[in-house]
Design a binder for this molecule. Structure first.
Ligand code: FES
Length: 109
């Protein structure tokens, strides 16, 4: 599978996140305050909580479950209780379209 259109840039304000499904995979699209867009697996590695429901602060997304923050580029948790990373998927922006490829990851998961 290759990249698919997941959403429009105009759907995603800086500092926000959005749940989308690409190729049957739930993805948390997150746009940091600089406007950069990242795509992470939309399930916290600590428990069954959607990361897309959390806050985006600088280059991290915070899980509302127990407060672990995940780096948007590496998927690594920055503090407990989560200890495992989440998958990070390649993102392309083409005009107003956000394309995500869930057939591979950027962090080896
Ligand atoms: S469910 Fe995400 S930190 Fe616990």
């Amino acid at each position: 599978m290759s990249a698919e259109v997941a959403a429009q840039v105009s759907d995603l304000k800086p500092g926000s996140a959005l749940r989308v499904v690409v190729g049957g995979v739930a993805v948390a699209l997150a746009r940091n305050s600089d406007g950069e867009i990242h795509a992470l697996a939309d399930r916290c590695s600590h428990d069954d909580v959607s990361l897309s429901e959390g806050d985006v602060v600088r280059n991290r997304i915070e899980c509302w479950g127990h407060g672990s923050e995940f780096d948007l580029e590496t998927g690594q948790p920055q503090q407990l209780p989560a200890t495992e990373p989440v998958a990070v998927y390649p993102v392309q922006v083409d005009g107003d379209s956000i394309l995500v490829d869930t057939s591979r990851t950027l962090n080896g998961l």
